[in-house]
Design a protein around this ligand. Structure first.
Ligand SMILES: COc1nc(N)nc2c1ncn2[C@H]1C[C@H](O)[C@@H](COP(=O)(O)OP(=O)(O)OP(=O)(O)O)O1
Length: 198
């Protein structure tokens, strides 16, 4: 991401950021198509039982973009023309390492979506009203709105607590960056998110 200033989108929590002694590089990739967002239900390991994009550690000798393509294929069976759209940094109290995560997105894919040992892929509705957490779909006259896709909404209540801050930015086509520090209860304890001006 360029050094252009970001507009602050959200900030909150306690005064001080958590310390960390090591940074590990990760990726996370999101594919959307025809009003749908593909997420994976994590079946094991870190983030088990949460929905997320497809991603993991950047291996030695790989660029983040190469790692993102590899992880997407390994975890969901598909290939996609991924574009970099954001950077996130997370610190958890019980982990020595901090997470530096390059986020990628694509609007098309090839191959057959396939469940892996790690992830069970599932499509969700990204009807604009659902792009923000807790939003209820409504027509212009206020009546409940039919879904075009018939799919469930993005399951923010089964995702990491940071996701409601930046996922809507990604869905809106913004470039973003942010940091979130977690408490030992799994809740956010301090956060900041920003996006490139539109
Ligand atoms: C702490 O907050 C987080 N929020 C979100 N939205 N995503 C996160 C957070 N912390 C980690 N992640 C992402 C980063 C990666 O995409 C995955 C974790 O990757 P994993 O540990 O599964 O890495 P792999 O290389 O696939 O692991 P294996 O060794 O099991 O193959 O979560």
């Amino acid at each position: 991401m360029s050094s252009e200033r970001l507009d602050e989108v959200a900030r909150g929590g306690v005064p001080d950021w958590l310390p960390f002694s090591k940074i590990k590089l990760y990726t996370n990739a999101f594919v959307r198509q025809d009003g749908k967002l593909l997420l994976g239900y994590k079946k094991r390991g870190f983030g088990k039982d949460l929905y997320n994009g497809f991603g993991g550690k950047v291996e030695p000798g790989e660029t983040p973009a190469q790692a993102a393509l590899r992880e997407l294929e390994e975890e969901s069976g598909i290939a996609a023309p991924l574009e970099h759209c954001g950077v996130l940094f997370f610190v958890l109290p019980d982990l020595e390492q901090a997470f530096h995560i390059d986020i990628f997105r694509a609007e098309e894919y090839s191959g057959a979506i396939t469940e892996s040992d790690e992830m069970r892929p599932q499509w969700f509705d990204i009807e604009p009203a659902y792009a923000t957490p807790n939003a209820k779909p409504a027509a212009a006259d206020g009546s409940p709105k039919e879904h075009n896709t018939g799919l469930p909404p993005i399951p923010y209540d089964q995702m990491w607590a940071d996701d409601p801050f930046w996922l809507p930015l990604m869905l809106a086509g913004r470039h973003f960056a942010g940091r979130a520090d977690f408490g030992s209860d799994g809740r956010l304890q301090k956060w900041w998110f920003g996006a490139k001006p539109v």
